[in-house]
Design a binder for this molecule. Structure first.
Ligand code: FAD
Length: 372
């Protein structure tokens, strides 16, 4: 460790900030975690949180995601009865017709050693209760037995319990903070009313606010963050345990016996007003529930409970952004899509880099300085 005691300030209590804070503390750092409102109030509060490395992506990104899933498996083995972290598999299918490439995708996954099986509609009832086999096209579906889902607010509160019991300092409802830079170096956080927190290193983990905040620190991160929506049903009887990814809806169970769902088309239907406010039509929610019902066994009457709407952080090139802020010694950043899958591993690796000063090879492809 560079100095003793080594103090790290983390800004943002979504999954990345909380994971970084806990892993830093496990490595012996003194950690102050500051967030503007309550923990788990941002993208992490309204995430489908499918734990996966499905389909095609760069080798480096696949490796990172597999390490991410590995950390969840370890956690799951320690918490076998947790109702917020489940590995009950995933089922994916595409629209039937000439453009259907599901067999090629399955072959690609298999070639990587990703547990992946091409299944037909007839196979599904025995493998995955709760799915409507008639929704699956003749080309079939991919069954990934090793996939799962996590309820991120539950994970965040689980990690925060460890963080506070072990002496970590958590400051909530702090209002918007920023990275404090002196003589070109990140030296802590500046909070409202000119309050300052001094630190030897700072982690910027403010989710969708990262690109705007990184810009004030001299780094332009291309940003493709859309407004997204996650709809939740009331608790109800459903035999679905797996995560479903289908042409018009993605669904997973929730710890309280409900379902959550999202889709690309419903995201596009969100109305963005000139003043920045967003709105969702009742018809969009109704159609999303109908699409979900259509892929579930027995076409259940799904009762709307709530929806969450807001930015879904996505870097412009689609790849994670993790590591030292170029030109600002002491500054580090975490910004990514698929932050559910990557939450534990990216927090662990950034903590390793901060505390040891040694770059971790798994993050080599995702350095913020690729945008310089
Ligand atoms: C609809 C949807 C579906 C998704 N599906 C999946 C999926 O299937 N699989 C998957 O792996 N990932 C998925 N994701 C992505 C994943 O949920 C996100 O990548 C992850 O939650 C991002 O976490 P974060 O910590 O970066 O951001 P956030 O959860 O937004 O946390 C940022 C925190 O920083 C705080 N903050 C912001 N600005 C400041 C400031 N200036 N000062 C202090 N605090 C500040 C916020 O209040 C918030 O608490 C999905 C996301 C959405 C929205």
């Amino acid at each position: 460790m560079p100095s003793s005691p080594f103090h790290v300030a983390v800004l943002g209590a979504g999954v990345f900030g909380v994971s970084a804070a806990v892993h830093l503390q496990r490595l012996g750092a003194l950690v102050t975690l500051v967030t503007e409102a309550k923990p788990a109030n941002g993208a992490s509060s309204r995430s489908l949180s499918w734990l996966n490395s499905a389909r095609r992506r760069s080798d480096a990104y696949h490796r990172l995601r597999m390490a991410g899933i590995d950390r969840y498996r370890t956690l799951s083995a320690h918490l076998p009865s947790a109702d917020w972290l489940r590995f009950d598999g995933g089922l994916t299918w595409d629209a039937g017709g000439a453009d259907n490439t599901i067999a090629a995708i399955q072959a690609h996954e298999s070639a990587l050693g990703y547990d992946s099986r091409l299944v037909s509609a007839d196979d599904v009832p025995a493998l995955l209760p709760g799915v409507n086999p008639r929704a699956i096209p003749p080309e079939g579906a991919i069954f990934n037995p090793g996939e799962g889902w996590v309820d991120l607010p539950s994970l965040i509160h689980h990690l925060l319990a460890e963080f506070t019991v072990e002496g970590g300092s958590l400051i909530t409802d702090a209002g918007p903070g920023e990275v404090l830079v002196r003589a070109g170096r990140a030296v802590g956080l500046r909070l409202e009313e000119a309050r300052e927190i001094q630190a030897d290193a700072v982690v910027l983990a403010t989710g969708p606010a990262v690109p705007r905040m990184a810009k004030t620190l001299g780094l332009t991160i291309p940003d493709s963050t859309p407004i997204s929506m996650l709809v939740k049903t009331r608790p109800q009887f459903s035999r679905l345990k797996a995560v479903l990814n289908t042409p018009h809806v993605a669904i997973r169970p929730t710890p309280d016996g409900g379902l959550v769902m999202d889709s690309a088309w419903s995201e596009e239907e969100i109305i963005r007003h000139l003043d920045g406010a967003c709105e969702v039509r009742d018809s969009t929610i109704a159609r999303l529930l109908a699409e979900a019902s259509a892929v579930l066994d027995g076409a259940p009457d799904l009762r709307f409970e709530s929806f969450g709407m807001g930015p879904k952080p996505i870097p412009g090139d689609g790849e994670p952004v993790a590591g030292a802020l170029p030109g600002v010694p002491g500054g580090f950043v975490l910004f990514s899509h698929s932050g559910a899958t990557l939450g534990l591993i990216m927090g662990e690796l950034i903590a390793h880099e901060i505390v040891t000063g040694a770059p971790h090879p798994l993050l080599a492809a995702f350095r913020p300085d690729r945008f310089r």
